[in-house]
Design a protein around this ligand. Structure first.
Ligand code: ADP
Ligand code: MG
Length: 726
């Protein structure tokens, strides 16, 4: 009976079936399906009157505000399109502070006077929605008596169709705010931060004689995840309640062989990934790469980068489709940062750059002029990262990511910037002599008369351990957790860099204004400023213990946990910054602090209670059964007059562990029953200081028991089962 558990899982792995794919040899497949489920530019152009289309285009391309007068026209066209695609409902799709997405469906139905069904969807319904906001986290921004919240259409992110055989509905990307106008979502601050970066950058570009069009931030997020057979998932209460295993001994074979990374993708996994890509292509998400990751059962996918707002929506869609399609293949997709103890966790690398439609400002470029501009913007980024390490850490902190940061598989909870040797040399020269002469390193071409070296276009060297690395034409922020929304980290990056650009521009503008040389002024500025932020540059091994000491000497922040990192959201320096750039008000930031703190508390609370439940109701009974078996075996053996030495030793061992388990469990129960205070800020300290260690102690005994309790009695699928059945 109990061994049966293992077998049904194997059955699932053997009986998966492929979702019908397009016939092979369909050469036009990609171009036919890409964006087919979106009401994008192509669809709008063919369905909207010229005038309306041009207006929308201006909004999308230049950030102009949209004339509300065209909402009815767009709504009619959108409804027509959605109905032609089989949609029966529409929803305002938004991103509350839960980190996920939310939707409430309304049908297009209207009953006519004669009792017949007609469809209805006007400008009003397109532009604004009024979902009951009372159950979304608001961090005190919305009292329940004013439960109203508003969703507002974001015309810059295309509407799309979700669904399939069971239901098909139109999703309209929207922003979500409280009745009093405060943002309750991830999108509004992101959009405002893009505006802030746009304004600061365009102002700075004038120094370089460039009258630029709209500047946007670009994002490309690499998503790591685990796949496991659904059978195992449903047999693990810990995975079901908290997304990670709270028990599980390291298997004899883990990731030591390094045989998974970039290995051939298993067929069932590949079929699943292909289905995810196909669905995402239909939604206009430009998926590009896929590969096996380091840990067994771990994979990564990444898109081609896009403008930040659309990329953030697409990243949310990617996570949802990854989770949804897994079920179709008998898998569950785990987006948790650390599903398995002792096995690498999952992160999300956020590739970030900014520029105009035809110029990436994080690209060193080919000419001295471009190089100069690059140095300006690149140093602005570095000074921003140095000044606001606390915010970047707060943005990536969560109970899940606490398991990774600083655990020798992800960058430590210390923010530093990797520049690569060539760029690093240039900064050293700048600091030492106020000029950067052309380098003699390979790849640096001299520029004749100019004192400027030609900067290396592609950083030849890579540093996988850095949390914030310059990778040739973008920065890669690698500290994000795999389940994280990319909106807030991007919002913070955009805003802090806008501020740094403004700071540089404030110095240079008056000098250039009186006709002096920009180049000379920039050298002076940089040689003055580099000493103030150069501590943030670190090109060495971020995993090395010496770096932790070195970083402390440099005065860099080393955040011990989410509980320590989150309060940065409400630090005076940061409240001022976001207020000044109109990205978030003090109340909005304090609300985020409150919501994220609460999330940490809830998550650890669930983990503490689930640990106690599994230990007491599954592992303890299994241990008692085994002890019983041993005791009755001993009686039999004794009657037979044979040696009981080995049995005696086993009984001692198991009963010793049983006592240990009972004791650890009693302590966990005590800690679980406590809250640590009335304020959520007190509760999280109790969670971190008392509940987490108490739960780990229970786990520690249970994991030792897993090694000695017979397979048919052990109540949970083991790591060996979970990680290797595909
Ligand atoms: P790696 O694994 O080497 O870091 P990948 O190709 O897996 O590289 O991912 C790199 C990501 O960075 C992709 O999503 C890519 O589109 C994105 N990217 C490339 N150039 C830029 C850029 N200028 N701005 C933002 N993202 C970029
Ligand atoms: Mg990467």
């Amino acid at each position: 009976m109990s061994t049966q558990k293992r077998f049904d899982s194997v059955t699932a792995a053997k009986t998966w079936s492929r979702r019908p794919q397009s016939p092979s040899g369909d050469r036009d497949l990609l171009s036919r399906i890409f964006g087919a489920d979106t009401f994008g530019l192509r669809e709008m152009q063919s369905r909207l009157p010229d005038k309306a289309f041009k207006q929308i285009l201006r909004t999308i391309e230049h950030g102009d505000s949209l004339d509300p007068g065209i909402a009815d026209t767009v709504a009619a066209a959108m409804k027509d399109w959605a109905l032609s695609r089989g949609a029966t409902h529409y929803t305002h799709w938004f991103q509350p502070l839960t980190g996920a997405t939310a939707e409430k469906h309304d049908s297009f139905l209207k009953v006519g006077r004669d009792g017949r069904a007609i469809t209805e969807f006007g400008g009003d319904q397109l532009v604004q929605g009024e979902p009951d906001a009372s159950s979304f986290p608001s961090g005190g921004l919305r009292a329940t008596f004013e439960a109203r919240g508003y969703t507002a259409w974001d015309p810059t992110s295309p509407a799309f169709i979700l669904g399939g055989e069971s239901a098909t509905y139109l999703c309209i990307p929207t922003a979500f705010s409280s009745w009093s106008g405060e943002s309750l979502d991830a999108k509004i601050p992101l959009l405002k931060s893009i505006d802030a970066l746009d304004r600061a950058t365009r102002r700075a570009l004038k120094l370089f004689g460039i009258e630029a069009g709209r500047v946007t931030a670009n994002l490309g997020a690499e998503q790591e995840f685990f796949l496991l057979d659904r059978e195992f998932y449903y047999r693990r209460p810990d995975l079901m309640t908290s997304g990670r295993t709270l028990f599980g001994a390291k298997p004899p074979r883990g990731q030591e062989l390094d045989d998974h990374y970039f290995g051939t993708i298993h067929e069932r996994v590949l079929a699943y990934i292909q289905s995810v890509e196909t669905d995402l292509y239909r939604l206009g998400v430009p998926m590009k790469t896929r590969h096996n990751e380091v840990a067994p059962g771990q994979y990564e996918m990444a898109p081609i980068y896009e403008n930040a707002n659309v990329a953030a929506d697409h990243q949310q869609l990617t996570m949802r489709i990854l989770e949804r399609n897994a079920h179709q293949y008998g898998f569950v997709c785990l987006l948790h940062e650390k599903p398995f103890h002792g096995i690498n966790g999952s992160g999300k690398h956020l590739n970030w750059s900014f520029g105009t439609a035809d110029r990436n400002l994080m690209d060193p470029g080919d000419t001295p002029h471009d190089n100069l501009m690059f140095l300006f913007f690149c140093t602005a980024v570095m000074s921003a990262v140095d000044k606001h390490q606390d915010l970047l850490l707060a943005a990536v902190s969560s109970s899940g990511n606490d398991h990774r940061l600083g655990a020798n598989e992800a960058p430590p909870a210390i923010i530093s910037v990797f520049l690569g040797k060539q760029l690093g040399d240039i900064f050293e020269q700048l600091e030492a002599s106020g000029r950067a002469e052309e380098g003699d390193q390979e790849g640096l071409l001299g520029l004749g008369a100019s004192v400027l070296p030609d900067l290396p276009r592609h950083a030849g060297d890579r540093n996988r351990t850095s949390p914030f690395a310059f990778t040739g034409n973008k920065f890669e922020f690698r500290a994000l957790g795999s389940s994280s929304s990319i909106s807030l980290p991007a919002t913070i990056l955009n805003t802090i860099v806008a501020e740094a650009i403004d700071n540089w521009t404030d110095v240079l503008e008056p000098i250039v204004g009186i006709g002096k040389s920009l180049e000379d002024a920039l050298w002076v500025l940089l040689s003055n400023e580099i000493p103030s932020f150069k501590r943030i540059i670190f090109n060495g091994d971020n995993y090395a213990p010496e770096w932790v000491e070195e970083a402390a000497r440099r005065g860099l922040i080393n955040s011990s946990s989410t509980v320590a990192a989150l309060p940065a959201f409400a630090a005076k320096k940061n409240l001022d910054l976001f207020e000044r750039y109109s990205v978030m008000s003090a109340r909005e930031l304090e609300a985020r602090l409150e919501v994220f703190t609460e999330q940490y508390f809830i998550q650890i609370n669930i983990e503490g209670e689930t640990t106690a439940y599994i230990a007491r109701c599954q592992i303890l009974p299994a241990t008692v059964s085994y002890l019983n078996q041993l005791a009755s075996a001993r009686r039999g053996v004794q009657e037979a007059g044979a040696s009981t030495a080995a049995l005696d030793a086993s009984i001692q061992r198991v009963s010793g562990l049983l006592d240990e388990l009972g004791e650890a469990l009693d302590n966990l129960d005590v800690q679980n029953a406590e809250l640590g205070g009335d304020e959520v800020s007190e509760k999280v300290i109790h969670m971190r200081n008392n509940v987490i260690p108490a739960a780990s102690a229970v786990r520690d005994v249970a994991d030792r028991l897993e090694h000695i309790i017979p397979d048919d009695l052990w109540p949970l699928p083991t790591y060996r089962d979970i990680l290797f059945v595909k």
